[in-house]
Design a protein around this ligand. Sequence first.
Ligand code: ZN
Length: 145
Amino acid sequence: MSGASEITDDWTEKSEPQWRERLTPEQFRITRKKGTERAFSGEYWDSKTPGVYLCVCCGLPLFESEAKFDSGTGWPSFYEPSGERNVATVQERTFFLGCRTEVLCARCDAHLGHVFSDGPQPTGMRYCINSVALELEEKASDAKE
Ligand SMILES: [Zn+2]
């Protein structure tokens, strides 16, 4: 990861070719085309590494490992976002699945996954997120396991 951390305000104005250049084909398919990775296929569904999960597109902190729980779905699941303003939600109506709430990166509009209201306490929410949309920034700690 080099040169990917410069922060600018033009994230939502990036064109499709710019995103294609920046992302892997799978990252592009999921985050820019609202795709879904196969369950149990992603890098992070089973990860317990402490750290912060960043948007793979723009590097915004989205979720923290403290809020991650084992949902058994095969996707990384969190009961709350890292910051309320970092994650946007949109009601989505689909013919087959009824109403779902889509979860997006608040800065670059990357599709992250969906949020459901059957999660654990303290929030009761379950953010079901594609690993491909995330990049884990590991927490530096002195305590080695
Ligand atoms: Zn983003």
